[in-house]
Design a protein around this ligand. Structure first.
Ligand code: PLP
Length: 380
């Protein structure tokens, strides 16, 4: 099955009791048993739920995985992955990552004895000096936030395999439509379903996909034993959203290209970060591992005045000022004062994150309206 067919049909069967074509919301906490232990595969809703089952099967198919487990949020999915490890284990992660992931690593799991190294993965060889007998996992996020750097998944996964390490890719920014990390050699892929996969900014949820049966067994155990499971209403919403993932990603990518081109030629814009531009420093890797380039764009204004960036943010009408990304509607944000405010200014600047950097999550509206909106806001 091709991607556009899978999003609609994979894992989804008409309901056997009624023929309902859409998976019902099984809003129940428990299931009646014929005799102790004799049941239809469902005992208690933390452990199994048919709405969640359908969603997990669907999402597994999108990442060409045999197994998928959903969790209450993206961070709960990452939390489940971290529970695979024991005190003393070491993890190597990219240094340009989602702030919440960094907080989970350092404020929660460092306390329980996991050790983290954050490194620049522009060149996979940078990882080698950090590998020792305690190293267990390499954590990649690509494209990164907000600099939209691209990491070579195939090269890092190959290096990890040589050293018997697990590679995990946070694939939230790309979505399975643009990029399939398991096909490139990664062991697990993690998603915040909150973003592109659900796509309508109306639910938070996370998932982990893998083809490793042993890891899958543990992830399933953790899902039930730790209990951060999503509710059936939310599973229904994600199932509903995912059916148009391919159409939305096509339009996000089309609009992304038009807006990146508009910004590139604008006299007040200094630099545009969009991995589909031939001028992007990792464009060749992006071309190799992604089907298209999506709707996440960052750009800086000429000059170093933060007020100039804040003025743009204040003056857009269609681009709403908000955190998050990946919904049908366009959002605009200012990483230096919003998502990345907790990082000291010197460190931010060293990572290339200037005070004039503006991040766009380009939605699927008519692109001429979006360009008009940006043009008038930058002009002010
Ligand atoms: C949002 C996000 C997360 C966390 O997901 P939640 O659903 O908000 O818990 C993790 N990684 C990336 C890249 C994200 O954008």
């Amino acid at each position: 099955m091709k991607f556009g067919t899978k999003v609609i049909h994979a894992g989804v069967e008409p309901d056997p009791s009624t023929g309902a074509i859409m998976t019902p919301i099984f809003q129940t906490s428990t299931y009646v048993q014929e005799a102790p232990g004799v049941h239809k595969g469902y005992e208690y809703a933390r452990t199994q739920n048919p709405t969640r089952d359908a969603l997990q099967k669907n999402l597994a198919a999108l990442e060409n995985a045999q197994f998928c487990y959903c969790y209450a949020t993206g961070l709960a999915a990452t939390d489940a992955i971290l529970k695979l490890f024991s005190p003393g284990d070491e993890i190597i992660a990219t240094n340009d990552m989602y702030g919440g992931t960094y907080r989970l690593f350092m404020r929660i799991y460092a306390k329980f004895g996991l050790k983290f190294h954050f490194i620049n993965m522009d060149s996979p060889e940078n990882i080698l000096p950090y590998i020792n007998k305690n190293t267990k996992m390499i954590w990649i996020e690509t494209p990164t936030n907000p600099m939209l750097n691209i990491i070579d998944i195939q090269a890092v996964s190959a290096l990890a395999k040589q050293h018997n390490l697990i590679t995990v890719v946070d694939n939230t920014f790309a979505s399975p439509y643009l990029q399939n990390p398991l096909d490139l050699g990664a062991t697990m892929v993690m998603h915040s379903l909150t973003k592109y996969i659900s796509g309508h900014s109306d639910v938070v949820m996370g998932a982990v996909m893998t083809n490793d049966a042993q890891l899958a067994e543990q992830l399933k155990f953790i899902q039930n034993a730790s209990g951060a499971t999503p509710g059936p209403q939310d599973c229904f919403l994600v199932l509903r959203g995912v059916k148009t993932l391919h159409l939305r990603m096509e339009r996000h990518s089309y609009n992304g290209r038009k807006i990146a081109e508009f910004l590139t030629q604008h006299p007040k814009v200094e630099h545009v970060y969009w991995c589909g531009l031939p001028t992007h420093k990792n464009h060749e890797i992006a071309k190799k591992q992604m089907r298209d380039f999506g709707g996440m764009i960052s750009f800086t204004l000429k000059g170093d005045k933060m007020e100039d960036a804040l003025k743009v943010l204040k003056n857009t009408h269609l681009f709403s000022l908000a955190e998050s990304l990946g919904g049908v509607e366009s959002l605009i944000g200012h990483p230096a004062t919003m998502t990345h405010a907790s990082i000291p200014r010197e460190q931010r600047i060293a990572n290339g994150l200037k005070d004039t950097l503006i991040r766009l999550s380009v939605g699927i509206e008519d692109v001429s309206d979006l360009i008009e909106d940006l043009a008038q806001a930058i002009e002010k």
